[in-house]
Write a protein that binds this ligand. Structure first.
Ligand code: PEP
Length: 246
């Protein structure tokens, strides 16, 4: 049985005040019934971690590939571990677009996260034009194949896959539960073709305008194991409602 994974991606939003308010209102120090991870901007990682209980894990939205050295502005996965982080997002579509991160670099980041003993969430997803052209699964499988080729299929089980159709991120447009369910099932089939045990255990979560209203229907899909939440994770009550919808 896969445990739901609900992740909050704050992107470049937040302040110390928000971290305090969020922790106070969201975390009552009880099991939330799902694995919950919050990804604040990295500068707030320590503050958030210091204010939350063991039921709220923290992580970062990106890492460098190198383990240390002369790489100004970069942080290493081992440093995230050193300060108590557990998870790292790699390959978010905003980084693929804004920082021109390609599949090979994303795969190297995935490998660096695993090597540091942390869990990666790798984001995959197609544009609207690619979906309309019937290429959605081809795009997603190419993105995943880069990881599998570099790290091996068993590495997938050490993290999670986030299916995030680009046309649904921050747009208010959500994939229908059926669209999400179909893509998640296709991803699981792809993995099952290589390793049945990994396919059964890896969590495939959905991201793209998830909110308290649509979360329950998405989670009702057998293949949807949770959510990567952007906008609706910025307020503790709406994020809590999404967690409760599991
Ligand atoms: C995201 O940042 O990964 C995301 C899915 O954002 P939103 O929920 O705002 O669409």
């Amino acid at each position: 049985m896969r445990r739901y994974l609900i992740a909050a991606n704050w992107k470049m939003h937040g302040s110390l005040e928000m971290v305090h308010k969020f922790a106070e209102s969201f975390d009552q120090g009880v099991d939330l019934g799902a694995e919950v991870v919050v990804f604040p901007p990295v500068v707030y990682l320590g503050a958030l971690q210091g204010l939350t209980s063991k039921y709220v894990q923290v992580g970062v939205q990106d890492v460098g590939v190198a383990s240390a050295g002369a790489h100004t502005g970069e942080i290493a996965a081992s440093m995230v571990k050193d300060v108590g982080g557990s998870w790292v997002i790699v390959g978010h579509s905003e980084r693929r677009a804004d920082q021109l991160e390609g599949d090979d670099l994303v795969a190297q980041k995935f490998a660096a996260v695993i090597a540091a003993g942390l869990s990666p969430i790798v984001c995959v997803g197609e544009t609207l034009a690619q979906r309309k052209a019937g290429d959605a699964f081809a795009v997603v499988s190419k993105q995943l194949k880069a990881i599998i080729d570099l790290c091996g299929v068993s590495a997938l089980a050490k993290g999670a896959i986030a299916y995030e159709p680009l046309w649904a991120i921050g747009t208010g447009l959500t994939a229908t539960p059926e669209q999400a369910g179909q893509m998640h099932a296709s991803i699981r089939d792809l993995v099952a073709g290589l390793d049945q045990d990994v396919a059964s255990s890896v969590r495939i979560i959905y991201g793209g305008s998830v909110n308290p209203e649509n979360a329950g229907l998405l989670f009702a899909q057998e293949e949807v194991d949770g959510a990567l939440v952007g906008g609706a994770s910025l307020q503790a009550p709406s994020f809590a409602a999404i967690v409760a919808a599991t």
